[in-house]
Design a protein around this ligand. Sequence first.
Ligand SMILES: [Zn+2]
Length: 314
Amino acid sequence: MSIPENIVLPAYFLFFSFALGCIVGSFLNVVVWRLPRGASLCHPPSHCPNCGHFIRPWENIPILSWLFLRGRCSSCHQAISWRYPAGEAAVGLLFAGIFWHVLRVDLPLAVLPAYFWLAGSVLAAALIDAEHRIIPNQITYSGMLAAFLLAILLPQGRLALYPEAAFAANNLIFQATMETLASCKLLQNGLKYAPVAAAMDCLLGIALSSGILALFGWAGKRILRQKQGDIQVIGGGDVKFLAMIGGFLGADAMIYILLGGAFLGFFSGIMQLLWEKNTKKLFSSLPFAPFLAIPALAWLLFGNWLYLIWNLFL
Ligand SMILES: [Zn+2]
């Protein structure tokens, strides 16, 4: 049996996405360990924590090197945790899954750089937040900048501009804002250029997510202060984290992701309330980024999951 020709190219790109994901995963292993500890990402180069042996390039090939070295340092034979290759493989599968979704629903390939960048950033920030209760600005600021530059360079990748490429409900806020702005003659002419419209989509996503979360944080603080003293319900890191997601995916997708995150956070808050009676301790111990990361990654892997779930029940 011969392989159908139309499957060869996707398979090749699927493997390429997996390999790219493994390389990114290898880098994220470093990010997740070094960033919250205030260490530089590139200096000193990767080394064995036991004997200080610098990792040579051939020992740094994701997954393969670990298997080849049988999970041990080549110099002192200290065991290297299986978490490293497992993390690399997980990001590889995530990237391959995102590529598969893009192929399956026929999205423009121009969405891939933004999708991959967002997936890596969301994963690293969620893991760091879960362990250290901080979301490093290096991740969120660089993410927002990347989202803006990619919007200008690859406007074909902004789905809100091409509603036929996505579900129609994915660009309601964007369309409404554009129609409002179009009443100004100068803006109307500018918005005809795809890079300008794409940049607007990105900025609208950033502005709306920051606005909504900052408002929730302020309201939550006011409501809880009366009972519990000064508590920060939503931190500045959470605001920037959602702003990064809004910057990459636009305002409409951000609303769905925020809804999903709020639902997951609320649900797990209720579960924890059953264990932890002190709500002050509860609110300050719940990291929000992982709850936002799950619906964000689901969006990259499945598209509008709320629409899909809705259709399951109709
Ligand atoms: Zn060693």
